[in-house]
Design a protein around this ligand. Structure first.
Ligand code: NG6
Ligand code: CA
Length: 518
């Protein structure tokens, strides 16, 4: 049992040291959080993939801790990212579902966020990559020709280079410090999720000229020959080229590292890979024989390699904690005809788990998670239950920050676990997609719901059922044998606990601020 009660900075660092078995308090490290998009548990070679090779991610894992029971908050992007930022389960806040690109900011600016924690400790904070947490005060009313605010800055980032939502949603431009990059005055940009603009050519009309055709939806604005969700005109010079995005994000991240090499920094590097539309740079095309989906995994791995190489080059590797995970489980056909289904073969994107993106089954929220901090994080594999919701409290502990009781209501300080010094992870965890589930030890209970059991366009087993579901995740990681009837006592207990967690509005006891309680 690891108890790490944090009341002031020196004690906090003492706890870190205790956890690390050292005698002297270190300077808190830089932190680089690489958040991949839609990367599945089984998509990297270190997690068992055979036909895709990810030497850089594998190296990162071999030099640190790799987790087999790590979770995102949800089986889609926005809610998982919301939880990372706030340390709150996303199900608590209506409106955290997958956002359109013109949604308003959903992260509260009056409560501690993940970057705030670092900022308060004197770090310079930056985000490069996918945002997808809304921008501006009123959805649909942003003027993309002006600075769009509130946004990353108001959430705690000193620097931002982002795409507003996803690669398949307008606006198809980048924003640097909340201003569209490359916009010229004579060609203003207009965005709508309600109507096409007069004269706008949409995906419906241009089918035979498209670079990539949709398999579902994705039939509105056409940018770079690819049809998207939402309408957009103008800003021609600012429009992105999907092929160059991984290079661009990587270069922006490297610039941030170079610029901040002499001061403590936190970089939230949210890659677009491996989300749709999957358009690898020509250097990666054909590298896996699995089509675009495989090739963008290799592109992601290259990105990770570049970041690691930069840390080495700048002499920062030793004093930088690198953490890598994914926002939700994998999906094969996510709305474009990119041959991912045809070329999948025996590759298992979700590893041993059932379902994937959008699903209540483990494939939705069980994520790869790697933590490297040379000399401080152990090397090895941990089966402790940990979650991305815990990053906020854990990094608060790392940097000696005290959380207010109202902050991060579901975030636990699992720093000793993340660093491999304790195997005692979370006692329980709430998973969220079409319904809610609670995992406690070997048990996973999925609450009955009216949602569909199967989504035909993505071929996802969503895991929704009007019946109680209870699985033994140790004996049955693939969630095939529903034990709800024979273990009705466990069902009763877990459904009551889940209802209590929902009702209470928090799971971290306010007084225990930063305590690992079990
Ligand atoms: C779905 C999109 C999918 C993807 C997802 C969000 C269609 C048919 N499907 O609605 O392509 O964009 O939303 O993904 O439009 S996430 O990773 O950002 O949550
Ligand atoms: Ca995602």
């Amino acid at each position: 049992m690891e108890i790490c009660r944090i009341t002031f900075t020196s004690l906090a660092l003492g706890c870190v040291m205790l956890a690390m078995g050292h005698a002297k308090a270190p300077t808190p490290p830089n932190v680089v959080f690489i958040y991949a998009d839609d990367l599945g548990y089984g998509d990297t070679s270190i997690y068992g993939a055979k036909r895709v090779h990810t030497p850089n991610i594998d190296r990162l894992a071999r030099q640190g801790m790799r987790f087999t029971n790590a979770y995102s908050s949800s089986a889609t992007c926005t809610p998982s990212r919301y939880s990372v930022m706030t340390g709150s389960y996303a199900f608590r806040k209506p409106g955290t579902g997958v956002l359109p690109g013109d949604a308003a900011l959903i992260v509260p600016t009056d409560r501690a966020t993940l970057p705030d924690v670092f900022k308060k400790a004197g770090y310079t904070t930056g985000i490069v990559g996918k945002w997808h947490l809304g921008l501006g005060e009123k959805g649909g009313e942003q003027d993309w020709n002006e600075e769009v605010t509130p946004g990353p800055r108001e959430v705690g980032f000193d620097y931002s280079f982002i795409m507003a939502a996803t690669g398949d949603r307008v606006p198809c431009v980048y924003l640097e410090n909340q201003k569209v990059v490359g916009l010229v005055e004579e060609d203003p940009i207009h965005v709508s999720y309600k109507h096409a603009f007069p004269g706008e050519v949409t995906g419906d009309m241009e089918l035979d000229q498209l670079k990539m055709k949709p398999s579902a939806g994705h039939n509105q604005a056409v940018v770079n020959g690819i049809p998207r969700i939402g309408y957009m005109v103008g800003g021609k010079d600012a429009q992105w080229k999907d092929e160059d995005r991984a290079d661009l994000f990587t270069n922006k991240a490297i610039e941030f590292l170079e610029k901040n090499k002499d001061n403590p920094f936190f970089l939230y590097f949210a890659t677009h890979d491996i989300h749709v539309p999957r358009v690898p740079h020509s250097r990666f095309v054909g590298k896996t024989g699995m089509g675009a989906r495989g090739d963008v995994i290799v592109e992601l791995d290259w990105t990770v390699g570049k970041i690691l190489e930069t840390l080495d080059r700048l002499g920062l590797a030793k004093n930088t904690l690198v953490i890598l995970s994914s926002d939700n489980g994998p999906v094969i056909d996510d709305g474009y005809q990119d041959r991912a289904v045809e070329l999948l073969g025996d590759h298992k994107p979700a590893g041993p788990f059932r379902g994937g993106k959008y699903s209540m089954f483990e494939g939705g929220t069980r994520q790869p998670l790697i933590v490297r901090w040379p000399g401080h994080a152990k090397r090895g594999v941990s089966d402790a239950v940990v979650s991305q919701v815990d990053f906020l409290a854990s990094f608060a502990a790392l940097t000696g920050q005290q959380l207010e009781s109202e902050d991060a209501p579901d975030s636990f300080n699992l720093l000793p676990v993340l660093l491999g010094h304790s195997k005692v992870g979370r006692e329980d965890y709430v998973e969220y997609a079409g319904s809610l589930a609670i995992r406690e030890g070997k048990w996973k209970y999925i609450r009955p719901s009216k949602g569909a059991a199967f989504e035909p366009t993505t071929a996802t087993e969503l895991g929704n059922s009007p019946e109680d579901q209870l699985y033994d995740l140790i004996k049955d990681p693939g969630e095939r044998h529903n034990l709800a009837i024979e273990q009705s006592e466990v069902v009763r207990r877990l459904s009551t606990k889940l209802a209590r967690y929902e009702r209470d509005g928090r799971t971290r006891d306010a007084k225990d601020s930063l305590e690992v309680t079990h």
